[in-house]
Design a protein around this ligand. Structure first.
Ligand code: OOG
Ligand code: NI
Length: 270
């Protein structure tokens, strides 16, 4: 079994290769004298049995993770769970969501069946599934545009497949930044565009979690029809607060997460 640290290294290397902002942001924080702690990563998938949320979670469970929270996003037709390492409090948390295909209009279910499910070649086993990316053929731009009309999540997933769609800098562990506002100002000054859906800062100390994120990098992707520039992955920043019990809040907030999902949506943010 692959050690989870090694797994995160591999997920990170795919993520930073695909998204030029990632390395730039990391370097900016390092140049400011910071050591980066990753609060969590997120993965997306379809509720197709072989690759659904629970299938994606398996390698993490085998690596010492435990299921913690369950979340529903009715409008987006998603469910999600988060996982935490049982022993290592500094191990990144893992947020996995899945699209409930049968909740989409029939015409879109048919597209997903024909263009995705019927085209799944081989499903890698164990942790290799998490690094698989797209498990189906080269995407069609025409299908991507069509999926965008019903679910931005479905369109993104059709192109990018299974991979980490963001890493998250834990602001609590930064030494020169006093809060999320200061992080946001720093990023904007350096030329990064933040996701403004629901406001730049999602959440508040009263829900024990504040989050912000960049807008996904626009990258060149090869489609059947040729190359097109589309949003890929983003970077998130999170500040966690102490619960009345004295413990640091380790979960997620559905209302905030709903807006964080929009970081890959250049329709809403333009
Ligand atoms: C996940 C969005 C939710 C959070 O921290 O609330 C999230 C996604 O975009 O796949 O990461
Ligand atoms: Ni996140």
């Amino acid at each position: 079994m692959l050690h989870y640290k090694h797994l995160f290294d591999q997920l990170y290397s795919d993520y930073s290769r695909l998204n030029p902002s990632v390395k730039k942001i990391n370097e900016l924080f390092k140049d400011s004298g910071e050591t980066i702690i990753n609060d969590h990563i997120a993965l997306r998938t379809f509720n197709i049995p072989e690759i659904n949320l629970d299938s994606i979670a398996k390698p993490f469970l085998e690596g010492g993770y435990k299921e913690k929270g369950f979340y529903c996003f009715n409008e987006k037709k998603l469910t999600a769970k988060h996982f935490e390492h049982v022993k290592d409090p500094l191990a990144p948390k893992v947020f996995i969501s899945q699209l409930i295909i049968e909740d989409l209009p029939q015409a879109y279910q048919d597209i997903i069946q024909k263009e995705i499910i019927d085209n799944i070649n081989q499903i890698p086993t164990s942790h290799k599934l998490l690094l698989a990316g797209r498990l189906w053929n080269l995407p069609k731009y025409e299908i991507y545009k069509e999926l965008l009309k019903t679910s931005e999540y479905a369109a993104w997933l059709y192109v990018f497949g299974i991979r980490a769609n963001h890493f998250t800098i834990l602001i609590n562990h930064l030494s020169h930044f006093t809060g999320i506002k200061m992080v946001n100002e720093f990023l904007k000054n350096k030329g990064f565009t933040l996701n403004t859906a629901g406001g730049e800062i999602k959440g508040s100390p009263s829900v024990y979690l504040e989050q912000s994120s960049t807008l996904a990098d626009i990258v060149k992707i090869q489609f059947v029809e040729g190359d097109f520039m589309i949003p890929a992955c983003y970077y998130e920043f999170a500040m966690r607060y102490i619960l009345p019990s004295g413990e640091l809040f380790s979960g997620f907030q559905t209302t905030s997460a709903d807006k964080i999902f929009e970081s890959t949506n250049n329709q809403i943010n333009n």
